[in-house]
Design a protein around this ligand. Structure first.
Ligand code: ATP
Ligand code: MG
Length: 369
């Protein structure tokens, strides 16, 4: 579909997808070796940036981290793609009057303005026409508008340039996930899939029907929300909470709960209780989006939920969400399309590479066109 917020140049070869998140930078480079698609390079760089750092300091630290990593691993690819999400992007599905491509190109700013809550001068605007419809006898076009704050797009470009890279594209997290999904499921059945990419500050939600994203929303319940709830329950700090989150699993089955009680696993029980409460809040928000989607009179109910992002590693999260949503929930392996699975890739890094893989793939796809 769409989603090139900026497309600066077409690279002649190799591209590296760089997902600059709030807690870590993820890096993926996919290429061909002897005509076989392989993972050429990958990286998971945790960021430990002090809360009182200025935005400029933060950018400089991230650039430096990426630069050092590329040097350490001997990665020579210089063309890079990044993405934006959260408060800096607005995605709107709107019905516009039927116009020709050239008419729309001229008037899109005016047509889009009522739907964009930012000053139109401050955003990079792109759009894609999904299909033509008739509404009250009038010819209209179902259109996706994407507005990203220029400042946020520029921040990503600055970080990449600061790391000595050439930025070729700034995408949106959700559309990078759509590119990934197209590769993972090249023949989407007649159903809808819900993607939840749960990171540190934001959860990207998308509903993809037959390969096309129909709902996009960013929900501000993510890793940090769990850390806060756990810190309170365990009377510890954010670091202690993050460690507890990794050490324990959600208690979902009755046997697991009983076993934890018998073993006097006080901390495990407290973690499960606090994390379950956060997941229930997330469930409520996601259910709202599902209801909104179904209210549009679509033919396909959600048949599967795929979770990615670092938080997809929370023990038993898929089991917990399957019980809540009553729909199968799977943890994403963004590299499952490779003929051979890469060795030496820690299991908990894999779901966090989803956006970076989508970014890396998107460009491969563009070259093929
Ligand atoms: N093994 C694990 N068990 C539980 N939680 C984990 C594990 N590994 C990572 N996490 C959590 O995943 C979160 C980070 O995920 P991710 O790297 O996808 O976020 P991010 O992309 O940096 O953030 P954002 O997308 O919000 O900008 C953190 O809250 C971290 O504590
Ligand atoms: Mg992220």
């Amino acid at each position: 579909m769409l989603s090139k917020i900026t497309k600066l140049i077409f690279p002649p070869k190799g591209i590296i997808g760089i997902d600059i998140g709030n807690s870590s930078v993820k890096l993926v480079c996919i290429g061909e070796e002897k005509k076989v698609t392989v993972l050429k390079d990958w990286g998971y760089i945790p960021l430990n940036i002090k809360n009182d750092s200025t935005p400029e300091e933060r950018k400089a630290i991230i650039s430096e981290e990426i630069k050092n990593y590329l040097k350490k691993k001997g990665i020579e690819v210089r063309h890079a793609a990044a993405s934006v999400s959260g408060n800096s992007v607005i995605v709107r599905y709107v019905k516009l009057p039927k116009l020709s491509k050239s008419e729309l190109a001229l008037t899109i700013g005016v047509e889009a303005e009522p739907f964009i809550p930012f000053d139109i001068k401050d955003v990079s605007l792109t759009y894609s026409i999904l299909n033509d419809i008739k509404e009250e006898g009038e010819a209209k076009m179902e259109t996706v508008l994407v507005a990203a704050k220029k400042e946020s797009v520029q921040d990503k470009i600055d970080i990449l340039e600061g790391a000595g890279l050439d930025p070729v594209l700034v995408d949106v997290d959700s559309f990078a996930l759509e590119s990934l999904y197209a590769r993972l499921f090249p023949n989407p059945e007649n159903t809808s899939i819900l993607l939840l990419n749960i990171g540190q500050k934001v959860t990207n939600l998308s509903i993809i029907t037959q390969g096309i994203t129909r709902v996009v929303r960013d929900i501000f319940i993510a890793g940090a929300t769990f850390d806060k709830a756990l810190a309170k329950a365990l009377k510890t700090d954010a670091a202690g909470a993050a460690a507890a989150k990794k050490a324990h699993s959600l208690l979902v089955a009755d046997e697991d709960k009983e076993a934890a009680i018998e073993a006097f696993d006080k901390e495990g029980i407290a973690v499960s209780k606090a994390a379950s409460a956060v997941l229930k809040d997330l469930y409520t928000e996601v259910s709202r989006s599902i209801d909104f989607y179904l209210s549009q009179g679509v033919d396909h109910s959600i048949s599967k939920i795929i979770i990615s992002g670092g938080m997809a590693n929370l023990g038993n999260i898929a089991k917990f969400l399957t019980a809540e949503f009553k729909v199968p929930v799977e943890v994403c392996n963004p590299l499952s399309f490779l003929p051979e699975q890469p060795k030496n890739l820690p299991k908990d890094v894999l779901p966090a590479l989803a956006v970076a893989t989508g970014l890396a793939l998107r460009k491969l796809k563009d070259w093929e066109e």
